[in-house]
Structure formats: C-alpha cells, structure tokens
Design a protein around this ligand. Structure first.
Ligand SMILES: [Zn+2]
Length: 495
C-alpha cells in the first residue's frame, strides 16, 4: 500500500498504540466479566500501566512533530488526512497547556469521578459538589484553550472534540423542534396506550435468556467466530478490532426484554466493527468513527429493526422457542406493543424509544449552560428536577437517580451526550435512504437481514472514518436533519 512519507515515519508509533489499545481492551473486558475478584486490583494496575504508555506516546516530542508534519503533507490521502487531524487533536492540547496544568486537570477528573462513586449511592450531592465544581472550572479553562477561531461559544469546543464540525447553534436548531414534537407525541402515546391491556411479562431464568441472546445475534448477522458474548453489570462492546468484536449483556430475570435489546444494541455496534473494509485498518482509521456514528448503528438495530412491527414476529417466534412456548399464543399486535411500551421515568439508560431523546435534550441544555458559565454546579439539581417535570412529566425524588445518575459529567465528558440523540437522528435518515435503495421494510418483513447488513457494509461502514458531516452526506445524500426521525416517530407513535 502506498502511504505518504509522514505516515510511514509515524507507523512505529501507530503500531505500538494499536497494540497497547488492544491489550487494554482485552483487560477491560476481562475486568468487567471473568476476572476473579482477588485479581481485580492487579488487572487494574496493568490497565494503568498500559494507559500510561499510551499517554507517553502523545507526549513524545518526535511523535507530535511527525503528526504536524503529516497535517502539512500534501501527498496524504483523504484517510491519512483524517488520521492526522485526529492525532493532532490529541497532541494539540498538550502543546497549549503546561504539563503541570494538564496533570492537575487529569487529577481533578479522577477525584471528581472517585467522589461521584462514593457519594452517589449515598445520594449526597452536597459532598460531591466541591470536587465537581473544581472540575467544571478547569473544564471551562480547557475548553477555552481548545476553542478554535470561528467558534461562537466555549461549549462548541466541547462538541467539536466528539463530533468535529458540530456547533451549539446547529444543535439548538435540531433539538428545539424535536423536543417540542417529542413532548406532544409522548402525550398522544400515553393516551393511546391506556386503551389496551398489555400481556404480562413472566420471569425467565438466565440460562433460557442466554439462548435467546445468541439467536438474536445470529439473526442480525453477528459473527461469533470473531467475537464473544458475556454478562456484565454495565453492558458494552469492545470496539475497533476486526477479528475480536466482543460484547456483553445484562440479564434481568423479571424482564427478558432488557437482554434482547441490549444484545441488539451492542450487536449493532459489533456489526460495524466486523464489517469495515480492510483498508480502514491498513490506514489506522478503524476507530475514527465518532460516538454519534457508532451510536447510529447500535440504535438502528435496537430500535428501527428490533422494535419494528416487521421484526416483532421473528422475535416472538424465537422467544417462544427459547423462553416459553406460551409466548407463541400472544397476538402479533399485542407482542409488538409489549416491546414498545412507553413509560417515561427517571433513568436514561432504560428509557423507552420515545422518551430517550428527551433525556438527552435535558442533559444537553444543562451542560451547555454549565460550560458556557450561565449556571454553576450548585444550580443543577433544581434545574434537572424542573426539566424532568416539564418535558417528561416525571418527579425526581433524589439526586442519585437525578443529575448524579450518569458517570459522564463526573468524568468531564462534556459534549458527549448529544451523540446519543444524533445516533437516532442519523439512523432515521439512513432508514429512509435504505428504503429507497433496497426496500428496507420489505427486507425486514421477509427476514432478509443479510441484505440489510450488506447495504450497511457497501454504503455506510466503509465511510465511517469520515467526519460526520461528510459521512452522512455520503451515506444518505443529504445533510443532518431531524425531519426523518420526527416522521419515523410520528408514524409509529402519533395519532
Ligand atoms: Zn452504544
């Protein structure tokens, strides 16, 4: 393969980084699943050891110089250019910030996260606040350093680090009409739901549910020879490794649906890793896809496929075969309603399809104002409660399941939350495109899941290394718009 000179010079660093990253991913998976309790401390040490080596690469002067050289290399291919831009973002901050300040920021993150772990179970926001406010102040400083010319707000710098090119102005224009429509649809759906009774959810042991997980993964085209499935407290998938796309799930004996949709979500992520072209790996851009692009595929398989009327009969059949023959007797429409129950409540992770984006919009509005300095950490619990009441009709009884529920803010992941909503929005745009290209709904109805996966491989996954604005234009032919998503939700949940 023909690479530009800067790429060739960087190659030893890239190889080392990839090996370290792969080792860490295996350790991370092990810690979350198999690792014996007594060995947890040792493995956490190993993880630290390799993470430090990765950070050392970013701090290496020659590496930083080569990355900058790459940025200016006119013979670089588009993939190489994207790689250099990504690497530059990593080394740039260190160039602008004295190492001492950078370490201070890192330790503020560790302290805030550690204290969040300590005070969240005790529902003690007040004791966490000093650590968090310190992190907020430092994060504002870091965002000021990262802010590029032309960025209108400080929060734009945060957004740009996850979704290059994304701005607050643009997101406001996307989220505002979406929020308005979601609130209306929620009221309609709740009213409609009152008119019918749902079949009861019975309890099923983990052993039966596990069988159902494997069947679901095989239906969507997940290659078990290049992955593995285990159980963990917080489900996730190990990304970026072509021959090693592992996932985890969580089993609730009292609600089998949770495992099914977790498998479809994490399985959706893994389909992307397993079906990227070799070229992306050869150019070291296999992990260039932004969080929103990754969430597009997971949420596509979880919701647009998994919770569709066309998929419901497949799921029902497999659930009857693995969990309970009685499930076969449930009427198709009742079963479809069962997997689409609308129930706005406190927790984002287990929100229904309709409420989900409202959880995100609330977080977006709060973190935007927080980073821009319009509000302070102490104001957040009250604002959180007010917005949950206004948007979702949910009373928040405490902070533990309120503004302290997610780990993101304790770790300074400002600008990450919008990715989840963007994933839904991109997914609906893609579904409309796929409908035109291959008759997506008909494929679903006939169970032609391989055709759907092939469409993704040919038209989407191979462009995932691009910046999101370019990627979505390439995949669907149009720029980001929430209209298809609003159309999709209206068709599904409207009058
Ligand atoms: Zn995900």
């Amino acid at each position: 393969m023909n690479h530009c000179l800067a790429f060739k010079k960087l190659l030893p660093y890239l190889e080392k980084e990839r090996r370290l990253k792969h080792t860490n991913a295996i350790l991370y998976y092990d810690i979350a699943t198999l690792c014996p309790e007594k060995a947890l401390g040792d493995e956490a040490n190993l993880l630290d050891y390799y993470s430090t080596q990765m950070a050392e690469i970013c701090q290496n002067e020659e590496y930083a110089r080569l990355v900058k050289e790459g940025l200016n290399d006119l013979s670089a291919s588009p993939m190489e250019k994207r790689l250099f831009r990504m690497l530059f973002n990593e080394v740039e901050l260190l160039g602008k910030m004295p190492l001492e300040d950078y370490m201070k920021y890192q330790s503020a993150i560790s302290a805030s996260n550690e204290m969040w772990r300590k005070y969240r179970p005790a529902d003690d926001f007040g004791s966490w606040l000093p650590y968090w406010q310190k992190l907020i102040d430092l994060s504002r400083h870091v965002a000021d350093l990262e802010r590029k010319p032309g960025m209108k707000t400080r929060y734009d710098a945060c957004l740009d680090s996850y979704e290059p090119g994304e701005t607050e102005e643009y997101l406001d224009a996307i989220f505002l009409p979406l929020k308005k429509r979601l609130i209306e649809l929620l009221a309609i759906a709740k009213k409609k739901q009152k008119a019918y009774a749902l079949p009861p959810i019975k309890r099923y042991p983990v052993s039966k549910q596990k069988e159902l997980s494997y069947r679901m993964l095989s239906i969507i085209g997940y290659d078990l020879k290049g992955g593995c499935l285990m159980e963990s407290a917080h489900p996730f998938s190990n990304d970026d490794f072509r021959h090693d796309a592992r996932l985890t799930t969580k089993f609730l004996v009292e609600d089998w649906r949770s495992n099914v949709f977790t498998c479809l979500h994490e399985g959706g992520h893994c389909l992307e890793f397993q079906n990227k072209p070799r070229e992306m790996y050869d150019n070291y851009v296999e992990s260039a896809a932004t969080a929103a692009i990754c969430e597009t595929h997971s949420r596509f398989y979880e919701n647009i496929v998994g919770r569709s009327e066309e998929f419901a009969p497949f799921l029902k059949k497999v659930a009857a075969e693995t969990l309970d023959p009685e499930i076969a007797g449930i009427d198709d429409l009742a079963f479809y309603r069962l997997i689409n129950k609308i129930e706005p409540w406190l927790i984002r992770c287990e929100a229904d399809e309709l409420s989900y984006c409202l959880h995100i919009v609330i977080r977006y509005e709060i973190e935007r104002d927080l980073i821009n300095g319009k509000i302070e950490g102490k104001d957040v619990p009250a604002i959180w409660k007010r917005k949950y009441r206004e948007y979702l009709g949910v009373e928040v009884p405490n902070d533990k399941d309120g503004c302290m529920q997610d780990t993101h803010w304790s770790e300074a992941l400002w600008g990450y939350f919008p990715s989840y909503a963007l994933g839904n929005i991109y997914g609906a745009m893609i579904a409309e495109r796929m409908e035109k290209d291959i008759g997506f709904r008909e494929c679903l109805r006939k169970g032609e899941f391989a055709t759907i996966l092939k469409w993704f491989a040919d038209n989407d996954f191979r462009y995932d290394w691009m910046e999101p604005g370019d990627w979505i234009r390439k995949v669907t032919g149009s720029p980001l718009t929430s209209e298809p998503y609003i159309r999709y939700l209206t068709a599904k949940f409207g009058e």
